[in-house]
Design a protein around this ligand. Structure first.
Ligand SMILES: [Zn+2]
Length: 266
């Protein structure tokens, strides 16, 4: 009996050492976290995954200003809305960076990738997700750029010869196991033409996850005129959030998955 107790204590201490699985999502604007990823963020938080969202801009160039009289006022408003949305989606840690909305394509590539690489090395996720390089169904150029920056951060965070100046004071390279692009099974004909990445991974949301995702989007009250467009787009997705497995640390053939953490080693 004594032996059993000791064994149990050992198992518990091993469990204590085991780190929580982590998911990191890179987006361009406050509201992308709900629209593109809300159901998945909720699903994995519910499974005990530590979830992180890094949003590159505070969305200060939005057409809909929510009564804000300046870009700074709108940024502050949208940061608060982002925090509310993250709370509903049970995001462990959300961060809004200060890059200029609608101008991600004009930013210094090396500097932005360094910034995102540093976050990957600090957060040390198992899975990274972001938008696709086509810009998502809305074809927004900022969405394309966050995809490209995040893709390079995913690949370079694991290399000791990229941004070696970051590798001091305990910061180490980190190879994330999987990279996903959000994708869709439809396009919006009245928008610019896009070529979507094929879906490899389908997550079917529970009705309550779906409703929370819509509620999270509606935390972005400055964007209220967009609610009907958003709700229509989300309802076209039905209960599905679909992704494209863009890279994997373990070489493999493509297989249809129903779990972003399929095959992830803890
Ligand atoms: Zn966006």
């Amino acid at each position: 009996m004594r032996h059993d107790t000791q064994e149990l204590a050992l198992v518990e201490s091993e469990l204590g050492k085991k780190k929580m699985p982590r998911l990191l999502c890179f987006t361009a604007h406050p509201d992308d976290e709900a629209g593109g990823f809300g159901g998945s963020l909720l699903r994995y938080a519910g499974r005990g995954v530590e979830t992180h969202v890094v949003c590159l801009t505070p969305g200060q160039a939005a057409t809909h200003r929510g009564g804000a009289s300046s870009d700074d006022e709108l940024s502050a408003m949208r940061r608060r809305e982002f925090a509310e949305s993250c709370k509903l989606l049970r995001v462990s840690h959300g961060e809004v960076l200060d890059y200029p909305d609608a101008k991600l394509a004009q930013q210094d590539f090396y500097r932005v990738v360094a910034d995102l690489t540093q976050r990957v090395r600090k957060i040390r996720p198992d899975v990274v997700m972001t938008l696709g390089p086509e810009g998502g169904v809305t074809a927004h150029p900022d969405h394309s750029m966050v995809s490209i920056f995040a893709t390079m951060a995913f690949h370079w965070a694991g290399r000791s010869d990229r941004f070696p100046e970051q590798l001091q004071n305990g910061m180490a390279p980190h190879q994330t196991q999987k990279l996903y692009y959000a994708t869709a099974l439809f396009t919006i004909p009245e928008r610019q033409p896009i070529s979507l990445a094929p879906s490899t991974t389908r997550l079917e949301l529970k009705p309550e996850e779906f409703e929370t995702k819509i509620a999270a989007f509606k935390c972005h009250t400055s964007q209220e005129p967009l609610f009907p467009f958003f709700e229509n787009t989300v309802r076209r997705r039905g209960l599905l959030e679909v992704f494209h497995l863009a890279a994997s640390a373990t070489p493999s053939n493509v297989e249809m998955e129903t779990d972003l953490f399929a095959g992830v080693q803890q």
